[in-house]
Ligand binder design. Structure first.
Ligand SMILES: Cc1ncc(COP(=O)(O)O)c(C=O)c1O
Length: 442
């Protein structure tokens, strides 16, 4: 064995030892009710993630390289799509998805400034931000109280001659009614963007969410179904959209050469583009107004190890959700989020909405649980249109509320979630359930 291999192997061996000592969850640590913290989410990882991260760092390629290629292929295989593009965050992936639909080459279907995109206000802001950032008009419809997803009955009335797309998240892992939304989009020739950031592994009629629409996105920020720290992916089955997304992610360039490679097409100095001189270096020809939203090889190396754990992560999330649901189903004071008919969610969290006659306030439940070191969160923005970021927008011009957001407001006022992530233990789940019951005097 040469010196370099020897050194490398010894470093990686020590990293694995370090993991065992520092990061490996201590299964024998006693759980102390009310004192041990119960996070709603957290990174779940093993020695492989750290070893591969260090291996990638020793290679020091840094930007997209061999780990990225393996990670993108693995994720594409999992999703059953031809390819995925890794991106630096879920918000960037959503931005790319919307931006891809605004390029002139899409002709009639191009989303132009002032065109409308149907969405909901009950969710994470960056499902909606790209619409506003581009100068298109988000049109908000209300959600269904049981599933937290778009009320599909309202879509027809919300549509106008300016409507070009529907952009929606699968709320907290619960698929929206893909059949009805997809049929609606197909009927009117609308794009469908699925923000799949909270739903990796969710099934609708047996098929993975994120793969029904024209473009899907995922986030790998730590609370999500797997993590690369920061990071995300965008995917499509449409080869034209794939090329546009790739270009927009990589500075807007026309060239498709992977990072660090030159002249893969063999025509680097023989093309004619725009009014550039013939043979202008294709490396620096710009088809679109892009950004650089790539992820690094270091993150991809972590992702490769996480991907192997994904089926087990999804199984655990479902099991943990089912445990809490069974333990709390008889409480009349709360409504537990219901899976959309025909779906099998890969739950992000466990959402409870206090019923009108619960006799208690949501924030009182939150305070009670937090006092017991049980972490809680609201349904993200609740009703995004009520946030200060809307202060400078003109209703009717910059955005439109198609129907009163009554159930959105209910979720904003009365809902909160606790965790179901794979790092949860039986003792923690038990304690969360008994604490909720105790709060309601049961
Ligand atoms: C539904 C949804 N979309 C987008 C995002 C943004 O992802 P990121 O934090 O990776 O930017 C999140 C973040 O949690 C999310 O929940």
């Amino acid at each position: 064995m040469d010196r370099i291999t020897q050194l490398r192997d010894s470093i990686l061996k020590q990293v694995a030892e370090y993991y065992e000592l520092v990061h490996k969850p201590d299964q024998t640590a006693p759980f102390s009710p009310g004192e041990s913290r119960i996070g709603y989410a957290g990174r779940v990882f093993g020695a492989e993630e750290m070893v591969q991260l260090v291996e990638a760092s020793l290679e020091f390629w840094l930007t997209a390289g061999r780990w990225t290629a393996e990670w993108e292929q693995g994720l594409a295989d999992f999703l059953g799509v031809p390819a995925v593009l890794s991106v630096n965050s879920g918000s960037s992936a959503n931005f790319l998805a919307l931006q891809a639909l605004t390029v002139p080459q899409l002709g009639e279907r191009q989303i132009r400034r002032g065109d409308e995109v149907l969405t909901v206000a009950c969710g994470f802001p960056t499902t909606v931000s790209p619409i506003v950032q581009y100068g298109a008009v988000p049109v908000f419809v209300d959600v269904d109280a049981a599933t937290g997803n778009v009320d599909t009955e309202q879509l027809e009335a919300a549509r106008s001659s300016q409507t070009k797309a529907v952009m929606l998240a699968h709320t907290l892992g619960n698929p929206f009614d893909l059949k009805r939304v997809k049929d609606f989009c197909d009927r009117y020739g609308l794009w469908l963007v699925e923000d799949n950031c909270d739903a990796l592994g969710s099934l609708y009629q047996g098929r993975l969410t994120g793969t029904f629409g024209d473009i899907g996105t995922s986030s790998f920020y730590p609370p999500h179904h797997l993590t690369t720290g920061e990071g995300s992916a965008v995917y499509t089955r449409n080869s034209e959209l794939h090329r546009i997304l790739l270009s927009l992610r990589d500075w807007g360039r026309d060239c498709h050469c992977p990072t660090g490679m030159d002249n893969c097409c063999g025509n680097r100095f023989s093309g004619q583009y725009g009014t550039l001189p013939p043979g202008y270096d294709h490396k620096y020809v710009y088809r679109h107004f892009g950004s650089n939203l790539k992820m690094t090889d270091l993150q991809a190396a972590i992702g490769c190890a996480q991907l192997k754990r994904l089926p087990e992560f999804i199984r655990k999330r479902r099991e943990n959700f089912a445990f809490l649901r069974d333990a709390l189903a008889d409480l009349p004071q709360i409504r537990i989020m219901e899976a959309t008919p025909g779906s099998e969610p890969s739950w992000f969290v466990f959402l409870m909405t206090l019923t009108p006659d619960a006799g208690k306030e949501r924030n009182d439940l939150a305070r009670f649980l937090e006092s017991r070191r049980i972490q809680t969160r609201n349904l993200f923005a609740g009703n995004l249109t009520r946030h200060p970021c809307f202060d400078g927008l003109v209703p009717g011009r910059d955005y439109r509320i198609a129907a009163p957001l009554i159930r959105t407001d209910r979720l904003m006022n009365d809902a909160l979630w606790i965790g179901v992530y794979p790092g949860m233990t039986g003792e923690k789940l038990d304690y969360m359930a008994s604490s909720v019951r105790e709060f309601f005097g049961k």
